[in-house]
Design a protein around this ligand. Structure first.
Ligand SMILES: NC(=O)c1ccc[n+]([C@@H]2O[C@H](COP(=O)([O-])OP(=O)(O)OC[C@H]3O[C@@H](n4cnc5c(N)ncnc54)[C@H](OP(=O)(O)O)[C@@H]3O)[C@@H](O)[C@H]2O)c1
Length: 219
């Protein structure tokens, strides 16, 4: 029996795999939560991350020390309904979800100003310690981001200071500077439009490798 901590990566898409690889490299066990444990996509995800395994969302949540909601905006609530929220009580849940509506072919924020994906995740998992993070960078640069102009900054938000300190520690191990704490989970309303800015710049310029940095930040 392993004493290592387990990260339940809920979703085995681009973000799930990128973060799973990062966590595996710093010594965590990975269990992918999925709707299709025996599927080809899941097999490929598991094979791409050393030591990873797959389970249903419900089973992954039970096994988690930490969970990551690597889920699409329009499928997040349904996927989280497949697990028992109580299994994530007291646990750190890292939320990278951006509430992007792709239905018109031109991406736009589906919600904003008065609500956010971060708050939705916290409402659906009321006992979890949800921290919004990783949503303002592309999956390829979530771990050890290396951009021509230097290391970008990560903005985070969440209600629990200890959970945010844990995320800051993970980010440092992933090669980031100390993240910028923007406040409680309602600050996701600020972080998610930052991602929309990232996406808009990407589409306008057909360029996918940029990131943000706050110059002159408080030391
Ligand atoms: N891609 C990026 O670079 C990036 C960067 C920052 C933030 N984000 C955000 O991170 C989240 C995940 O992005 P991603 O690019 O990893 O997404 P993705 O490649 O589409 O993967 C999403 C995963 O969610 C699971 N899922 C559960 N319910 C679903 C449903 N109803 N429809 C579709 N998939 C469902 C799927 O796994 P199963 O089918 O196995 O359940 C799938 O592998 C999104 O909210 C996105 O906005 C993405």
């Amino acid at each position: 029996m392993s004493n290592r901590k387990t990260v339940a990566v809920l979703g085995n898409g681009t973000v799930g795999i990128a973060l799973a690889k990062g966590f595996a490299k710093i010594g965590y066990d990975i269990v992918f939560g999925t709707r299709d444990v025996a599927g080809e996509k899941t097999r490929k995800a598991v094979e791409s991350v050393p030591g990873a395994r797959a389970a249903s969302y419900a089973e992954a949540a039970k096994q988690a020390t930490i969970a990551v909601t690597a889920l699409p905006w329009d499928g997040a609530a349904k996927a989280l309904a497949l697990l028992d929220p109580a299994d994530l009580n007291g646990k750190l849940v890292i939320d990278p979800i951006n509430p992007i509506d792709f239905s018109t072919g031109s991406p736009r924020l589906a919600i904003g100003h008065t609500d956010s994906a971060g708050e939705l995740v916290q409402r659906l998992l009321p006992g979890a310690r949800v921290v919004k993070a990783f949503n303002i960078i592309t999956a390829a640069h979530m771990v050890h981001p290396k951009l021509p102009d230097g290391t970008p900054d990560m903005l985070i938000a969440g209600n629990d200071d200890a959970a945010k300190a844990e995320v800051a520690d993970i980010l440092r191990q992933f090669g980031w500077r100390t993240p910028i704490d923007m406040g409680d989970i309602t600050a996701s309303r600020l972080l998610e439009p930052v991602a929309m800015t990232w996406i808009s710049y990407a589409f306008r310029n057909q360029h996918w490798t940029h990131g943000f940095s706050l110059l002159g930040r408080k030391q």
